[in-house]
Design a binder for this molecule. Structure first.
Ligand code: FAD
Length: 234
């Protein structure tokens, strides 16, 4: 059952030019599964409420983190002005975008801020050394839009079964990536055994829909092997 709590912001981390992570004081036992989401309400104002994925892993017990792309909206502006020590109201946990531990081979397909629940799941798998074989195909407009790059670099170093394949719309000197969009050829190139894997897709609804179509219609993946999380609102 989701619970509602008022919690203090412990730390704020700038991830890139328009993305910030907010680390909250841990609300008791962190009772959630990697990949789930929470609601965040600001200033006790029901108009300032959004659903946001939890970007930390249950193994990170010192905080509960969410990560927001900041836009021109009222919610984003109020959030951007918050400081460590300020309070927010959260409800959690919600959602079914969680790891199916019976499936050892996994592909994550993500775009932009859609990486948040995937960061949580990957961190959980790495910290618990679960052994899952993971390929993350992560699409962004440019390298400045990539979120959690250092986190994923560190995870790849510590866990040999994690591969991260970046896809960017433009080339970036010194940055290993495919230029273009995620398509059938990119998946075949990056995940040669894609037929044996379970797919987790997260991002804006348009992207998730396009990726679903690609997997089901072009690559012949069974529907039961595709799990999705739609970031409604983008
Ligand atoms: C299950 C789930 C998980 C999610 N997880 C995340 C997550 O981890 N991180 C995340 O960032 N999002 C996540 N989202 C999406 C999130 O809930 C918001 O819908 C999204 O972040 C858009 O919020 P916004 O602040 O842009 O506000 P909105 O009000 O939705 O704004 C939408 C757009 O309108 C523009 N706009 C709004 N008001 C104004 C104004 N006054 N002037 C000019 N332009 C304006 C904004 O710039 C923005 O581009 C998730 C959604 C779901 C359903």
């Amino acid at each position: 059952m989701p619970v509602e709590l008022k919690v203090k912001i412990k730390e704020i981390i700038r991830r890139n030019y328009n993305v910030k992570s907010f680390r909250l004081e841990p609300p008791g036992d962190l009772d959630f599964k990697a990949g789930q989401f929470l609601s965040v309400q600001l200033k006790d104002d029901p108009r300032l409420k959004k659903y946001l994925s939890i970007s930390s892993s249950p193994t990170e017990k010192c905080y509960l983190e969410f990560t927001k792309k900041l836009t021109e909206s009222d919610f984003s502006k109020v959030l951007d002005d918050l400081k460590a020590g300020d309070q927010v109201t959260i409800q959690y946990p919600f959602g079914k975008f969680v790891l199916d531990e019976s499936f050892s081979k996994i592909v994550f397909l993500s775009g932009g801020i859609g990486i948040t629940p995937i960061r949580s799941i990957c961190k959980y798998v790495v910290d618990k050394n679960l052994g899952n074989d993971i390929v993350l195909v992560y699409a962004n407009r440019s390298v400045r839009d990539v979120v959690f790059k250092e986190d994923f670099d560190a995870m790849v170093k510590n866990y040999s079964n994690l591969k991260v394949a970046h896809v960017l719309c433009e080339t970036e000197p010194g940055f290993k990536c495919t230029v273009g969009r995620i398509n059938a050829q990119v998946i075949k190139n990056e995940v040669s055994d894609y037929r044996e894997r379970k797919f987790y897709l997260c991002g804006p609804p348009q992207m998730v829909e396009a990726m679903c179509k690609l997997l089901l219609e072009e690559l012949g993946i069974a529907k039961e092997r595709v799990v999705t999380e739609n970031f409604q609102g983008y």
